[in-house]
Design a binder for this molecule. Structure first.
Ligand code: FAD
Length: 548
């Protein structure tokens, strides 16, 4: 998965006769005439087809040929497991005979047949990487590198593994023609063309998710478990809950991966000695959760929790979901330094994450990274690969207190990274985008330089506003759990049981908090993943417990 485009054999393997025979036990045979459609882009819950005779063309956009499946090949990508609308369409070439395996049976098969499970999941993920690299679909973003809204949508689509075409108004001379075709003014950028028909001007991520079908929701059932937040902690809880038979829904305000999704390379997660990008880790975890039957809805933000069981989580606009247990995994959000004009330059020179998307903007240019933690160190090392120079600015006298040794060494060994200690930014200036930055050192001396990119990695606050009044929080707003809850906190919450709250259980029975949002948590991917796993054992106990 480290290449951007996998090879044909990796993404489109042929099944053996023995493997096809095992699939045939759960499938039925279908025939298609030459030119007949097997499915159209936008269809949901499509079956998987194994081609027995003839050929099947997979097309994206108007007529872009993604691949042609021959006998022995199988159709499908990650949308088969997620139930999202498919992004490609399929057409018979010649008379086709195929085995049709409905998506529910596919899900059972991947849980019981380890060999087929590996072949399918690997191919599904690689095909999505393939499509993302090709970008040829009828979903098109028309944007500008000088527009913050464009960056937000690019990140949203990329982190949700949604293939899309991109046209930059600043670089593509034919763009005006495209805009004219839809009667859209240049000031309406970013423009989102959804499935070749609907045109959204300056849409929110909620509108985009709605249009391409990423935020489907069944509001009527009371689920065993709702997990709020799809960072490493929430995704881990979803994998363990679904694999152990719980009916689980994950609600995510943006895209799977959380903070880890904005990390270019995580090097200290067990089992990945050469590191893994946060986005890749999140994609794999999501496919794993969906393989076991977990549901995910994105671009939906928990705005309030009703504190009686079954719990109801409000998702805005009168929409809500109910569950007998809730896992709070909403993590933290970046802290913003007190700087005039900061919001004006967000997305157009000021960034809070350093992924490939931002790195492209800074290629060959000077960059400032503010912060002395591991996320700042990683960002500096990553950006030094494409940027001309990277300046790390910290208020402290050095990095030793706050950053891992291996990153400090990496920074010292990288010739285009410099460190300015006891220094802070005092002014950001520019027109439509950031153009100049002024900083002040320990002696009060101010320096101004033409720098167009500043990465702020200065810590974070917990996402707990939606919980106010329901569970006990510490003085900084993190959720208190287990042994962190003293007698006073339990009395205030009218804790109903003779037993004490379990590990990761909040001051309300059946509400759990895991990962970075939890008071006194270890702020690491592995810790968040571990807590997600352990917490599901405790959810089982609560679900089996008689009411107080
Ligand atoms: C740039 C960067 C690099 C890092 N590198 C490493 C590393 O190399 N190794 C390491 O171990 N750790 C690293 N970390 C730390 C690690 O990413 C976090 O500890 C981990 O992501 C915490 O996981 P979490 O699931 O608890 O929370 P988060 O990752 O913060 O995820 C929370 C999720 O909840 C969602 N959410 C928030 N509020 C709501 C709401 N109201 N409704 C619905 N959804 C909501 C958010 O959108 C988010 O997706 C890094 C962090 C950053 C920022």
């Amino acid at each position: 998965m480290s290449r951007t485009t996998p090879t044909d054999e990796e993404a489109f393997p042929a099944l053996t006769a023995a493997q096809i025979a095992r699939i045939a036990l759960f499938a039925h045979e279908r025939e298609f005439a030459d030119g007949e459609s097997l499915w159209e882009a936008g269809d949901r819950n499509r079956p998987l087809f194994v081609i027995v005779q003839g050929e099947v063309e997979i097309l994206s956009g108007a007529s872009h040929m993604v691949t042609v499946h021959q006998a022995g090949a199988f159709t499908g990508d990650v949308d088969l497991l997620s139930g999202r609308p498919v992004v490609v369409r399929a057409r018979a070439r010649g008379a086709v005979r195929a085995l049709e395996l409905p998506s529910a049976r596919l899900r059972s098969l991947v849980q019981t047949d380890a060999e087929l499970s590996e072949i399918f999941l690997r191919a599904f993920i690689l095909r999505r990487v393939f499509l993302m690299a090709q970008g040829g679909t009828n979903i098109v973003l028309i944007g500008s590198r000088h527009s913050a809204g464009t960056l937000d949508l690019q990140e949203f689509l990329t982190r949700n593994s949604q293939p899309y075409g991109y046209i930059d108004v600043d670089q593509d001379t034919a763009v005006q023609e495209t805009l004219d075709r839809f009667g859209v003014g240049v000031d309406d950028v970013p423009v989102f063309i959804c499935r070749g028909t609907r045109v959204l001007r300056k849409p929110t991520i909620e509108e985009v998710a709605d249009c391409i079908g990423l935020n489907q929701l069944n509001e009527t059932t009371v689920r065993d478990l709702v997990v709020v937040g799809a960072g490493p902690a929430g995704l881990s809880a979803a994998v363990y809950a679904a694999s152990e038979g719980l009916d689980v829904l994950v609600v995510e305000s943006s895209a799977p991966g959380g903070q880890a999704g904005s990390s270019s390379r995580i090097e200290n997660y067990l089992g990945f000695p050469t590191g893994i990008s946060g986005q890749e880790l999140a994609n794999r975890a999501l496919v794993q959760a969906e393989k076991f039957g977990a549901e995910l809805t994105v671009a939906r933000t928990a705005s309030r929790i009703w504190c009686e069981s079954p719990y109801r989580v409000d998702l805005g606009a009168g929409v809500g979901v109910q569950a007998r247990a809730v896992v709070i995994a909403t993590g933290v959000r970046y802290r913003k330094p007190d700087l005039p004009d900061l919001t004006r330059f967000e997305g157009v020179g000021v960034y809070y994450g350093a992924t490939q998307v931002e790195a492209r903007f800074c290629s060959g240019e000077d960059v400032i990274v503010v912060g002395g933690g591991n996320s700042a160190g990683q960002a500096a090392v990553f950006l030094s690969e494409s940027g001309r120079s990277v300046t790390i600015m910290v208020r402290a006298a050095g990095l030793a207190e706050s950053m891992s040794r291996y990153l400090i060494r990496r920074i010292q060994e990288t010739s285009n990274i410099r460190l300015l200690t006891e220094t802070r930014i005092v002014r950001l200036e520019g027109g439509a985008r950031l153009e100049r930055v002024t900083w002040r050192d320990r002696l009060g001396v101010e320096t101004t330089a033409e720098v167009r990119h500043v990465f702020l990695m200065t810590g974070a606050n917990p996402n707990t506003a939606w919980l106010q009044g329901c569970v006990a929080l510490d003085e900084k707003g993190f959720v208190r759990t287990g042994a962190d809850l003293d007698a006073a906190a339990l009395a205030a919450a009218r804790w109903p049981f003779a037993r004490a709250p379990m590990l990761f259980e909040t001051s309300r029975a059946g509400l759990f908090a895991i990962g970075d949002v939890r008071a006194n948590s270890v702020k690491r991917v592995a810790a968040a993943v571990g807590e997600g796993s352990v917490c599901i054992q405790l959810v089982h106990r609560v679900l089996a417990e008689p009411p107080a």
